[in-house]
Design a protein around this ligand. Sequence first.
Ligand SMILES: Nc1ncnc2c1ncn2[C@@H]1O[C@H](COP(=O)(O)OP(=O)(O)OP(=O)(O)O)[C@@H](O)[C@H]1O
Length: 638
Amino acid sequence: MTVGGRPVVACEVLGSAGRMTATIEPIDRTPRSGWQDAGDAYDGRTIVRRIFRDYLRPRLRLIAASITSMVFVAATTGALPFLLQTAADRIFIGKETALLWMLPLAIIVVMALRSLAEYFGRIMEATIGNGVVADLRRALFARLVSADLGFLQRTHSAAFVSVFANDTQIVNNAAAQTLSALIKNTLQAIALIIAMMVMDPVLGTLVLVALPVAVMLLGRQRKRMRSSVDRTLRGAGDLSSLVSQTLTGVRVVKAYDQERAEGIRADHVIDATLEANMQTARARAATGPVTEGLSGLGFAAAIFYGGWQGIYGDLTLGAFMGFMAAAMLVYQPLKQIATLQNALLEGTIAAKRVFAILDEPRRVVDRPDARDLAVSGGGIRFEDVSFSYDGNQPVIAGITVDIPAGRKVALVGPSGSGKSTFLNLVLRFYDPDGGRILIDGQDLRDVTLASVRRASALLTQDPVLFDDTVAANIAYGSPGASREAVIEAARGADADGFISAMPQGYDTPVGEAGGLLSGGQKQRIAFARAMLRGAPILLLDEPTSALDANAEARVQATLGTLFEGRTVLMIAHRLSTVKKADLILVFDDGRIVETGTHEELVARGGLYERLHRTQLAGGSDTGEIAVDPASGGVPEQI
Ligand SMILES: Nc1ncnc2c1ncn2[C@@H]1O[C@H](COP(=O)(O)OP(=O)(O)OP(=O)(O)O)[C@@H](O)[C@H]1O
């Protein structure tokens, strides 16, 4: 069954109304960004070259040492058949007793050295591999935190986490472990092939005749694996996103009795990944029979020809044994090379995903000649600013407005009219498509991003706290702030009382996303953070609107202190807040359609007055304004 070309799953959902059958679409809720498909833009050779250039070349010394140890191991492997030949011909048949003592002793010494070489080789491999992973993760993290907001919003954060945790590790397997194992096994195979050819070129050719066939067959399998490996890695990202979304929204999942439906969605993602995993596993398992079968053929031919030469020719027992030892040994590294190529393929596909993120172009960047913003008061000016998220639909359409320093400005208007986008532009999360934005007379595009962000503090309805202590959360964005300054800021935000009453005071952990605190407490910590930062511009998405009346009253009381001496831009949802503003900007469909004080705007009888009247007509006593549906807006708070 499909809906809109997508498969759907029918299931039973036990709702409050009893058992009913619902159709759950296994929707792909994972927002996808270009980078998740951009992998196709990279070919395997470019990827390998880049890994070598950026991540392996700086470790050339280690790699050289590691290859030296591999050469030693390979050489000792190549010497084994000759030792066996000598043992058979000179000890077994020639009865040379001196050699009976010498040869085992020599073998012990060689093997001990070989073990040491293997040991150090492995340590060096691990150093290279783990170093590569650490480098990739550092680069990825730096890229992610500095990425454009638009890019980050297009992808679910858990998909990034998956690349960060999984894919980098897979690149490590390919870049260091697999690559070194590939070199080691190739060297060993070469040493053994040389040994075979020196001993008997005809026999050697017979054993190796199957090799090109194996290479061809394995090449075909690799092609089949390419898409399944890609799907496996994407599946890991999708699953992480799904788990993360379900856990984030677990209260809603439970409240709406959606556990079963979420389970079915998860099943869909897990089944798709299982299928891709199995396809990879089948292709990988097929390498065994291909190499085994062909090695068996080569081996049988060698025994026949060797035996024939032993009976009718002049091949000695020692030469035959030595040769057979080489032939037996040579298939092991060859088999390893075949399976390792699969891991190498996985590595290049994972690396494509990593590089696609690293290469995502940044649009909002510092100009080469950018200087720091010199803040004199925090006056903001928009000059004929237009902006769209998708390049087509304008969300801000030719706004010109002057906000003098120190003013308290309320942004009101219907949902989707562009209020949050206006704040995003002041923070330079995005650059406008047209016009310019100035702070204290300086175009935001001419100054450094860091200085723009330093000039402002952002407070949202749902304050963001990190899983750290209360003190660390308050000091976030104010490095080096003293404990006294933190406490002072907390006092200003009316937070000192409840923080001091906590078991470890300012050192109490707040839990994931501040989950151990109430909404009002989180908000007051966020206020303290903003106070400590001391930025001259405050941007708020009315931070009290998500609180109950009691918590709101306390938080409101601290807002006055926070606002003192600052330019404040606040998306306002409550009439009480709007009334207090020095200036109200009324947004409608990406434009500022009215500006003025509450009284002026009510007297003007425009959109603002309609919003205000609707609220009065609704008889609400909550102090919230609703949009008049007749005005074309969606009824809601402003
Ligand atoms: N990251 C984004 N990518 C694409 N479109 C977006 C993005 N953020 C907002 N929009 C769109 O831009 C328009 C303006 O959104 P914005 O959030 O600025 O409105 P708003 O007035 O703050 O609304 P609300 O009061 O509901 O928060 C809306 O149509 C919205 O769908």
